[in-house]
Design a protein around this ligand. Sequence first.
Ligand code: HEM
Length: 525
Amino acid sequence: MLNFYVCVAILGFITWRIVRLTEAYLRIGHIPGFFTLFEPTTAIGGSIPSNSWNLGLSFTWLRKDYLYKQYQSELITIFPVLWGDCNVYNSSPEAARQILSTNAPWHRPEKAMKAIDIMGPNVFASEFDYWKKQRRNASPAFNASSYRMVWDETARTYHQMMSRPEWKSKAVVSVDNFNVYTRKLALFIIAAVGFGLPLEWDEPRYNSRGDMSAEEVITQVSTNILPRYAVPWWVYYVFPTKKLKLIDSAFKSMELLLRNLIKKRNTEMKKRIELNEDMDQSIKDVFGRLVLSQVQNGAKLSLNDREIIGNSFIFLFAGHETTAHTLSATLAMLALHEDEQEHVYQHIKKVLPDDRAPTFADYDALDTVLATFYEALRLYPPAYMLTRDNHEDTIIATPSIKTPGETAKIPLKKGTTVMSDMVGLCYNERLYPDAKTFKPSRWYGNVDRVFAFGYGPRICLGMKFATTEATAFLTLLLRDWKVELNMLDGETKERWKTRILKPELVITLTFDQVPLKFIRRQASE
Ligand code: HEM
């Protein structure tokens, strides 16, 4: 009898898959592609490493040299036989622009956004008119005052880092994993400017009562977003493991922390309004601007407490690992390319003669510094996949690869999901000639093609936040220190690169370890 039920279940499953695959084939079968067992973005497909029968989450990176070339097409399809949806992957800049631009019938998929509204509705996880309300409210909080604050906080954090015993008065500093520093820096800047909560470098992780410090709460939240989303609430009660208790406590503490901060800022602002103070000039942090808007316009027109908490969380989610890893990648690339590092160093000295402290007013003049960050971002794009669902039958026009000079018109039916593959796009030779080479000069006076921050109305809200932080940090660090690779005995630069710069693609594209060496520069250099 049991065998009978097992056979029926298997037959049912096979029929269901055949129906799903046939339906998908009729919809997107005209685009070349291939079969695999599991969809890479499902739990099972993503957790099995990339091999001949399972693509794995990192396949766009591992196969970047031939994924699209083998089909002579910049759009391809992937049909998972056993589990998951059949999707289109895109590496064509023209197609990406059409899909991500205004008025297009393309929207972020609901299921992907569920993972990122775990602390409240926010600009990233919303769509249609509700997104417009979110973006209209959140955008003004990212302005020249907040960028100036990003700059100043970055400088403050850099000097705190330099006053640590492992850096202070040292001529050479060998670091096993520079991500530890860039993660801390990015976290500090989001805490200060995103939440209005300046942190101190040396604060202990736990206080004497065993409570987590603010830094520890934010770190735990930032590193446990995936388990918080994936583990159902009842598991915390049925299997209260140490790890789950820690995650639960961190998320609850974060919510309480932000709620208390809103209350405190709200009360302070109301008092200042009564005293007729002009707060438009004095409130610089993003969080403060969101609370100020609530105080001035009421929760109906602006964001309510849950939405402010949801957005603060999203700034952490979207801006922490992305900025931190790109900073490490930039330094790694500059250590690999000494000529480029020397060029940037000479430029910094020219912009900042007499060792004066750089300020936000120098941002534009330090364009060569920013160009190195853009180039590292292109080579290792942290937001490696931008997903959109099609809500109407559409035709995408893109230059034909098979017949150069002609335009390929590709019909995409309603219900199709297109993944804009940032690795594919950032290594597209049509857009970036000599794409594998680290060439910061490709960005001089030309930043229109920075795809790694997205495109169109949903382009990264924190773009200038991130580039300001990067320019400030890289300028300060490169002026004081020459960066080299921290290599194993007898290792070559190429071997170091192959060993270290092999990214993992999970929530974002990250590196496990980035070992670097810093040589203090002499004033006369
Ligand atoms: C190197 C650093 C960063 C990279 C590479 C990056 C990349 C991106 C990309 C590609 C998108 C568009 C996603 C899509 O279209 O589906 C995006 C959106 C977003 N980013 Fe960033 N980001 C970075 C830093 C930041 C920072 C520092 C913040 C905030 C402090 C931030 C906040 C956001 C928000 C709120 C959105 C959603 C915008 C919307 O949907 O309207 N990002 N980011």
